[in-house]
Write a protein that binds this ligand. Structure first.
Ligand code: GAR
Length: 195
């Protein structure tokens, strides 16, 4: 099961997938390519360290979003994925990619959808919003990607306690450790079993 992982930043979720693959927890899934949304991100160093072929398709290199979408679709096609994993990928995929790989793209979101999700809710922002709202429980969600940001079918969720002393950063770290890094590899393994 060829898996292409899309990343934008530190790549700790990519690392969780790599570690799961190393320990046999990904089943027949294999990370065969990484595509980054910008150059210089640490996720690319992680890919290089493990010899995973990596490409960068940066929105800023294109005058129009249609050109960027076409280039991203071409880059993805070249990697011949059977599953695409958005692991901290912070751009919204164009309709062309979503249609071409319908039912074969999954995303990890750092909140319990339908809370703190949708356009603009990425990275630290869901955690800032959770603290502002005063929720006592948050978590992470793995879901299929469709044309609605964070709107696709939910695959897995895991709850994480919010502590009184939490900052957005401490909450983000705990949600990663206690939820994201567990449910994303599990979802990839399950997808490989089902497909
Ligand atoms: C993770 O918390 C991920 O859930 C979030 O960005 C972070 C990336 O960390 N993704 C989104 O907000 C997508 N809407 P990482 O680069 O260390 O995996």
């Amino acid at each position: 099961m060829r898996v292409t992982v899309l990343v934008s930043g530190g790549g700790s979720n990519l690392q969780a997938l790599i570690d799961a693959q190393s320990s046999g927890e990904l089943g027949t899934a294999e990370i065969t390519a990484v595509i980054a949304s910008k150059p210089g991100v640490y996720a690319l160093e992680r890919a290089a360290k493990y010899g995973i072929p990596a490409h960068t398709v940066c929105r800023k290199d294109f005058a129009h979003s249609a050109e960027w979408e076409a280039a991203l679709l071409a880059a993805i096609n070249e990697t011949q994925p059977e599953l695409i994993v958005l692991a901290g990928y912070l751009s919204i995929l164009g309709d062309g990619v979503v249609r071409r790989y319908a039912g074969r793209i999954i995303n990890i979101h750092p909140a319990l959808i339908p809370s703190f999700c949708g356009k603009g809710m990425y990275g630290l922002r869901p955690h800032i919003a959770a603290l502002e709202r005063g929720v006592k429980v948050t978590g992470a969600t793995v879901h299929y990607v469709n044309e609605i940001p964070d709107g696709g079918e939910i695959i897995a969720q895991k709850a994480v306690a919010v502590l009184p002393e939490d900052t957005p950063e401490t909450l983000q770290q705990r949600v990663m450790e206690e939820a994201e890094w567990l449910i994303l590899p599990q979802a990839v393994r399950q997808f490989a079993i089902n497909n």
